[in-house]
Design a protein around this ligand. Structure first.
Ligand SMILES: NC(=O)c1ccc[n+]([C@@H]2O[C@H](COP(=O)([O-])OP(=O)(O)OC[C@H]3O[C@@H](n4cnc5c(N)ncnc54)[C@H](O)[C@@H]3O)[C@@H](O)[C@H]2O)c1
Ligand SMILES: O=C(O)C(=O)C[C@]1(C(=O)O)C=C[C@@H](O)C=C1
Length: 315
């Protein structure tokens, strides 16, 4: 099976990028969309993020065989309720939320009579809103599907084919495992970035303008991550609480060990850890998998470096 009409709910970075990527890679598939914010709908029309933008959520999804919810994870249930009256009985509902267990539960509760296959394209930037999307966002990136045990194989295959068509490499995972893995590879790194930038800013009387002046190095990378959308990330930490807390426990134990090494002048412990982490990075590069992109090193990837090389989001 393939999809002939896809409706996108939430037309920010993720929703807009899906719409633009569909226009490029799936020109024969009809696209429609809706966003709760009228100003976003207006801007999405101007940019042509999807072919049709309805002012009514039920209207936007009418006739769609795939609906993708691209709203913050805390707004998934509300968005699902809004589109419910317009959903065809055989429409597949999916999402792009950064955490999966909570979203799956919320969607199953909101739409008990619909097939739901949650998904997470592990691709994004610190930008958000209808101007942020670009068509190559998913190129050479993972998209993780977390189908429930009772999901129809044909629907899982169709959703996987949709994401592959947009340039992603698809992996299937248990939702609980997804949430643990992403807690350590994405959620805690964001928490660390938010915290270190906040700490530096709180120390402003010590650092004065030096936070900005000397932020050309590693700290600059943290400020990019710490510029990510506050609503999105608040929701991620509220909805992936248990996995984040479990992984934070491990992280703080390791940080305590390094604190002790510094206090006790244990250079060997520091050197051992830094050598191990350097070997990990070099191993990734040797495998041609920089940034763990699925097929990085094939030669046709974009060499994004922080925000400098971001493709200009233009329609
Ligand atoms: N930003 C990233 O790097 C990234 C990467 C992968 C997945 N995600 C996930 O994708 C989802 C969307 O993130 P984004 O970065 O596109 O955010 P965004 O802020 O750019 O866009 C979200 C859009 O949803 C709209 N919205 C909010 N509540 C709504 C509702 N109830 N009904 C309809 N529209 C509503 C907002 O008006 C906004 O336009 C989130 O669940 C996030 O966790 C984000
Ligand atoms: O590249 C970035 O700026 C991102 O934060 C992208 C990123 C990530 O942590 O890798 C952020 C959240 C997502 O759910 C998926 C991707």
């Amino acid at each position: 099976m393939t999809f002939s009409r896809v409706a996108i709910v939430g037309l920010g970075l993720l929703g807009g990028s899906i719409g633009l990527a569909m226009r490029e890679h799936l020109p024969g598939v009809a696209s429609a969309g809706w966003d709760a914010d009228p100003a976003v709908r207006e801007r999405a029309r101007e940019r042509g993020l999807v072919a049709t933008i309805a002012d009514d959520p039920a209207e936007a999804v009418r006739g769609a065989d795939l609906v993708i919810l691209c709203v913050p994870v805390g707004a998934m249930a509300q968005a699902a309720h809004a589109v419910a009256p317009g959903l065809s009985p055989d429409c597949l509902v999916s999402d792009v939320g950064s955490s999966k267990q909570g979203v799956a539960g919320a969607l199953e509760q909101a739409l008990p009579n619909h097939a739901i296959i949650p998904a997470h394209p592990v691709a994004g930037t610190e930008q958000s809103g209808p101007d942020a999307g670009f068509s190559s966002l998913f190129h050479h990136r993972w998209c993780i599907l977390t189908p429930p045990a009772h999901a129809e194989a044909a629907q899982v295959d169709a959703l996987a084919a949709f994401w592959r068509a947009l340039g992603a490499t698809v992996e299937v995972m248990e939702p609980a495992h997804h949430d643990l893995v992403l807690a350590v590879t994405s959620h805690i790194p964001h928490l660390i970035a938010y915290t270190i930038v906040g700490t530096a800013s709180d120390l402003e009387e010590v650092t004065r303008s030096e936070v900005i002046k000397y932020s050309a190095g590693g700290f600059r990378d943290f400020t990019r991550i710490a510029a990510s959308d506050p609503t999105m990330w608040r929701d991620v930490f509220l909805h992936n609480r248990d996995a984040v807390l479990a992984m934070l426990g491990r992280f703080t134990a390791d940080l305590d060990a390094m604190t002790s090494a510094i206090r006790e002048g244990d250079g060997q412990a520091m050197h051992d850890l830094f050598s191990r982490t350097r070997a990990i990075r070099r191993g990734i590069l040797a495998m041609g998998q920089d940034d763990a992109r699925p097929d990085f090193g094939r030669g046709d990837h974009d060499e994004r470096q922080g925000d400098e090389a971001e493709p200009p989001p233009q329609s």
